[in-house]
Ligand binder design. Sequence first.
Ligand SMILES: [Zn+2]
Length: 334
Amino acid sequence: MVFCPKCGKKKIVDVLCEECMRKEIPLLECFKEIEIILCSESDSIKKGGKWTHYNDVWKAVEAEIIRHLRFSENAVIDEITIKNFPVERKPGLQRDHDVNITVKGKAHPDMESFYKEDVMIPVKIRCTISPKYAKKGTEYFEGTLQLRNPSDEAINFIVKEIDKKKKDGVFLNKIADVKGGVDFSITSNEYTQQLAHEVHKRFGGEVKTSAKLFSKDKNTQKDLYRVNALIRLPSFKKDDILWVNNKLIKVLKFKGDDVFGKNLLTGKNTSTNYQRTDFSVLEQFETTISKIKPQIEILDPETFDSVDIANQHSDPDPTKPVTVVQFSGKWYMV
Ligand SMILES: [Zn+2]
């Protein structure tokens, strides 16, 4: 028969009786203060030297506390409960918390039942700025997007697109009004190129990009380039009437070097490349219909004579004003 060396009881687990084991072997071994590092600018936590994004700050802190807990060698842990405390995030913040932790388990697998152990653990929350965010709001830039012939729509698009990249550490650090347009200073060279491509896809125009070596990355020792992307938007916009490649197009949208719209000569949708060809943007006039049969006629906006229109396929409401353009001496209804 084996007896507990502490109390003399007969029934033992391993070397001690169950009761003495609870007293002598805590589930949680001695621990040091736990330090948790959060980014003050973004939803990220430093874990084992690496910054990781989180969705819920409390869940991230809780998981990090649990990761630091050390249990006694043979312990079987059933449940860990950490009492919630408010986690603040501010630049430079350092705050000490005494955190209540309840561990349910047993010190040895042969013990009959689980029991609870309450402990208080010091946890320090420290806020710093993750390297990705350290560039925010500084003079730093790796790319300049130079928008020329800018439209409000394109400017808004650019600002919104860059804002969406915040979570990846890309920032718009400066917007400058310059002669002929707007310059955007962006913290990522790669993204500047990508964005220039997207702007071109959506708004057309010409794009010229160039890159220049400016530094070496301190961490990776890789060469760092500054990208300059010059986008010259077309001199015409949506709803303009364009004479191009023998088509008379009411512009609906752009896609790269092509313009999409309705060909007023045929009444059908069409697209055409406008980049390497001459085109004219026609002035639009408002006038009234003077005749509908046998042919549609309008009042010439300059002479007020009743004149033919060259595109006869539309079916206009004669009581309403119409918009017309003139090309090569002929009038066209828009
Ligand atoms: Zn005992």
